[in-house]
Design a protein around this ligand. Structure first.
Ligand code: ZN
Ligand code: ZN
Length: 218
């Protein structure tokens, strides 16, 4: 139900979260290679109902325009990164020699917002520090959310906030290392040890592994 496709020159992980029950899907961080992303969507017979950007850097948003045009679905990003979608300087594409200014967001997310996808829910956790409006996404079962129990998350998509053995850079505009570490400690480390974490770049990890071994989180 979760496909991970490294895309573009920086190998950003584009993540397709799909409901096996309804075949509805959300595309998270289509940074580039929209054709390859669509091939995976088509191969699995999915209907894309939303695009979500974990933050506004070019390696995570570069395919927004092509995929939004193809699927006609809403584009979502945290409100504090919304401006980066349409500003080639702020999204850093200006510095690659290929300035990119894409479509505006259709829905601005804030901490705790939920995006339904079939029998799943993606819940936004605002984790500023890499950018002001960076978010992580918890993948939850809709039935557990509706029951009001403390849901057991299926996965965490951590964007450029937390990586296996590392954390996101904070030297770009809007970044703050202190804020980033606080976001991780307050929002991510309380999650279950065995929770699978799919970062915005590189290999998967778990919350427990990062709590135990990540040198930035002492
Ligand atoms: Zn980034
Ligand atoms: Zn990135």
């Amino acid at each position: 139900m979760i496909s991970v496709l490294p895309v573009g020159a920086l190998g950003a992980n584009c993540i397709i979260v799909a409901s096996d029950a309804t075949k509805e899907a959300v595309v998270v961080d289509p940074g580039a290679d929209d054709q390859a992303i669509h091939q995976e969507v088509a191969r699995r017979g999915l209907k894309v109902t939303a695009i979500i950007n974990t933050h506004g850097h070019i390696d995570h948003i570069g395919g927004d325009a092509a995929l939004k045009a193809r699927y006609g679905c809403p584009l979502m990003i945290h409100k504090d990164d919304a401006r980066m979608l349409t500003d080639a300087g702020a999204n850093l594409s200006f510095f690659t020699g290929e300035p990119y200014e894409g479509p505006t967001a259709d829905r601005l997310l804030t901490d705790g917002d939920e995006v339904p996808v079939g029998d799943l829910v993606l819940k936004a956790l605002h984790t500023p520090g890499h950018t002001r409006g960076g978010i992580c996404l918890l993948v939850l079962e809709a039935a557990e959310v509706a029951a009001g129990d403390l849901p057991r998350p299926l996965a965490l998509l951590s964007g450029d906030t937390l990586f296996a053995g590392s954390v996101g850079r904070s030297d770009f505009p809007g970044g703050s290392h202190t804020t980033l570490i606080r976001s991780i400690k307050e929002k991510l480390l309380p999650l279950p040890d065995d929770l699978d974490v799919i970062p915005g770049h590189g290999p998967e990890t778990t919350i427990g592994d990062e709590r135990a071994t990540n040198p930035y989180l002492d």
